[in-house]
Design a protein around this ligand. Structure first.
Ligand code: CU
Length: 163
């Protein structure tokens, strides 16, 4: 048995050296479980990036994502996308994002997302972007976004942010 577990450890170490399969990241804040934090590489010069993650509330009380901060960005906002007179727009959630008990809220392209604004450095594929999330009840929690490649399906509706 010892040999087997040794082999497993070696394999895992090798994968992380090669930057292989992204390790599953799971972060807890109170009764909240946060998984799959990710972002996209920013094309040259872009000053904004989206941040995506999944938050599950395993507790019996609602919680709320009220703030996000990170050294990489001058400011991080919590946004939602919505259809407005047939046009997809986004707006900051001034009161934060509610996470109801027993529910899972997914921040993903086209829906809720974190908006990293005034980026100090471009995001490159393979980067880890450290952020601190603040929840009303769960408190502060640190995690890092795994930066994926520049996708053709970049979050829509951000064009008005350019210039
Ligand atoms: Cu946005």
């Amino acid at each position: 048995m010892k040999n087997i577990s040794y082999a497993l450890v070696c394999t895992a170490a090798l994968f992380s050296l090669l930057g292989g399969p992204a390790q599953a990241q799971e972060v807890k804040a109170g009764d909240l479980v946060i998984t799959q934090p990710w972002s996209r590489a920013t094309p040259g010069g872009a000053k904004i990036a989206g941040g995506y993650l999944t938050i599950e509330n395993k507790g019996a009380a609602p919680d709320r994502l009220v703030g996000v901060a990170g050294d990489v960005a001058g400011k991080v906002e919590i946004h939602e996308m919505a259809m407005n007179n047939g046009v997809m727009t986004m707006r900051p959630l001034d009161k934060g994002l509610a996470i109801e008990p027993g529910k899972t809220v997914k921040l993903a392209p086209g829906g809720y997302h974190l908006m990293l604004m005034d980026l100090k450095t471009p995001l490159k594929q393979g980067d880890k972007v450290p952020l601190t999330l603040e929840f009303e009840k769960g408190g502060k929690v640190a995690l890092s976004l795994d930066v994926q490649g520049v996708g053709a399906q970049a979050p829509a509706g951000h064009d008005h942010m350019k210039k």
